[in-house]
Design a protein around this ligand. Structure first.
Ligand code: SAM
Length: 370
């Protein structure tokens, strides 16, 4: 037991089996074996460091609305949107940011839902970027409106953009997102031309859906000279996608890539999240892996909490606890109360997610903020 009360677990398959709920193993031991063997042939993760969790990163969901229907995120017929009156105003969000900065927060990510659907986003970003104490601001988008908005985002002072891209092939992209890949690619092109200092791709891994897209996506990222991150499917929504059969572990992807190229670990950390980055020797691609399920050390350095679109702090995506900030915001902002509620949410941040324990999502990802 560490002084923080958190017992780190070893990354052995045995440890996994004893920790997971045997009634519903989210992934198979074979998946873990493939991760382990991938790690033996590749440079090791630096995941055995003691728990060091200075929470300084806030993800802000500015809307629960989305214009795509990713299989793993938003049920096709979903209509239970938050009432507009429940969504925080930009002013309310900025009040929270000011308190967060006083509490040592430095990094902010604006997400959703689809953040580019919210009106006046560039104006809000400009205010956020210029809030004293704010060091970095990033936006995560599905890119469908990027072509229209890239210039305004860039003019707002935004420098960091993550674009979700699960496939390049139009029919596979449509199959996964129910959307059209063309405007996303055009938006990316524009963002590249504008020279955002950090542009990254995010790909959620789904077995049988986008395995064949992995290598083309890596080559595409290399051609644009931007990093791509592969994310393990997490049981964060309500859809039937989240099954063992659909789960594709990052270890397997690393092995797949290792057959095509040599993976060299990056010495320097890219960004403020949990991805482990490698450079592919021949293609020059920079590839990140976010193994939320198979990396048993995933939570040890988790430095983030989330602000939901309706004003709750969610300290961990894989624990249901939320802390309502609204009573400290309405009818008038009470800074003392806001501070107290934010502090409580940080203090009570759970040591690790419960995705491996027969987890049942209660809120969809778009409401919480991805
Ligand atoms: N609409 C924006 C987008 O598509 O990037 C921002 C919100 S989205 C919820 C943020 C990120 O969460 C995306 O990279 C998305 O692919 C990821 N995501 C959503 N559901 C997920 C799941 N079940 N497992 C893993 N990642 C997921």
């Amino acid at each position: 037991m560490t002084t923080t009360g958190f017992t780190p677990v070893s990354a052995s398959p045995d440890a996994l089996v004893t920790r997971a709920n045997p009634r519903k193993l989210w992934w198979r031991v074979a998946d873990i074996m493939s991760l382990s063997s991938a790690l033996q042939t590749l440079p090791a993760f630096s995941g055995s460091t003691p728990l060091a969790r200075a929470v300084d990163y806030l993800r802000i969901s500015v809307t629960d609305r989305c214009n795509e229907r990713c299989l793993y995120c938003l049920p096709e017929q979903f209509q239970a949107w938050l009432p507009r009156s429940e969504i925080l105003t930009y002013e309310e969000i900025l009040s929270i940011v000011q308190i967060a900065v006083e509490r040592g927060f430095k990094h902010f990510r604006v997400t959703g839902g689809e953040p580019l659907l919210r009106r006046d986003l560039p104006h809000f970003l400009e205010e956020l970027i210029h809030t004293p104490g704010v060091k970095t601001v990033q936006v995560t988008t599905n890119g469908t409106r990027l072509l229209e908005l890239a210039d305004a985002l860039h003019q707002s002072g935004l420098q960091r953009l993550n674009v979700s891209l699960d496939a390049l092939d139009p029919s596979r992209y449509h199959d996964i997102t129910h959307g059209d890949v063309k405007p996303v690619l055009a938006g990316l092109e524009r963002a590249r031309a504008l020279g955002f200092s950090s542009l990254k791709l995010n790909t959620v891994l789904i077995r049988h859906k986008n395995e064949e897209e992995i290598w083309p996506l890596v080559q595409f990222a290399a051609s644009l000279q931007i990093p791509i991150r592969f994310i393990e499917l997490m049981p964060v929504s309500l859809t039937e996608m989240l099954t063992e059969e659909n789960f594709l572990p990052v270890g397997e992807v690393m092995q797949m890539l290792a057959q095509k190229d040599t993976l060299i670990p990056l010495e320097t950390k890219l960004g403020h999240g949990p991805a482990q980055y490698y450079r592919l020797e021949k293609t020059g691609a920079v590839v990140g892996f976010i193994g939320a399920l198979t990396n048993l050390h995933f939570c040890e350095s988790c430095n983030k909490i989330r602000l939901t679109a309706d004003g709750f702090i969610r300290p961990c995506l894989g624990n249901h606890g939320e802390y309502d900030l609204k009573p400290a915001l309405r009818p008038l902002v009470d800074r003392e109360e806001l501070r107290a509620r934010l502090d409580q949410s940080i203090l009570e941040k759970p040591p690790e997610h419960l995705f491996r324990d027969n987890w049942k999502p209660q809120r969809i990802m778009t409401a919480i903020g991805g």
